[in-house]
Design a protein around this ligand. Structure first.
Ligand code: SF4
Length: 187
């Protein structure tokens, strides 16, 4: 499937009840040839209104971390597991994730990134392993098929607990180093 067809299917999707309350389907944004793909859990209010992922306060904080470690946001692709906002920003439900995950799979297949980074616990539990513990396992590397994956704290969590920002900076630096390492190996 090509990008245009996938995006259109997503915009018209009624596969789970979240389509009834969405303003916009939040498909994803960024470089479609990205080495690095960031995957959060679901759109929030600002994202639902704008149709773009990670544009609210959490998104601005994410931008700061990307900038701080020298990864331009234009070089990454950002998406969520759910493309429509759950009411009151509650956690995604398993049946909603099951209904929506196909869009993300296609996005990954089209981009073929070197590294996939889960933003937060919900994304890591879905994409890395069901018993993922974000406080213990953030920043660790996992191989899943042909992809290298890791998870970092969700930026919304860092807004609530700024003490974790140091860990986030360390993890983000390691991600940049890993990308450099992979490029050097190929050179
Ligand atoms: Fe479709 Fe996903 Fe939106 Fe549910 S959340 S309606 S599966 S696009």
């Amino acid at each position: 499937m090509d990008w245009e067809t996938l995006e259109k299917q997503c915009a018209d999707c009624t596969a789970c009840p979240l389509h009834k309350t969405r303003t916009n389907c939040v498909f994803g944004v960024g470089n479609r040839n990205a080495e690095l793909m960031l995957v959060g859990e679901a759109p929030g209010e600002q994202e639902d209104l704008s149709g773009t992922p990670f544009v609210g306060r959490a998104g601005q904080l994410l931008d700061k971390f990307l900038l701080a470690v020298g990864i331009p946001r234009e070089n990454v692709y950002i998406a969520n597991i759910l493309k429509c906002r759950p009411p009151q920003n509650r956690d995604p439900q398993p049946d909603e994730e099951d209904a929506c995950i196909g869009y993300l799979r296609e996005q990954v297949r089209l981009i073929r990134p070197r590294v996939i980074v889960c933003l937060g616990r919900v994304s890591a539990m879905r994409l890395i392993k069901p018993d993922f513990r974000i406080t213990k396992e953030h920043g660790e590397w996992f191989e899943k098929g042909s992809y290298l994956m890791t998870a970092v704290y969700h930026p919304a969590y860092l807004l609530r607990d700024p003490r974790k920002k140091e860990d986030m900076l360390t993890d983000m630096k390691r991600i940049r180093e890993k990308l450099e390492e992979m490029r050097e190996k190929e050179a």
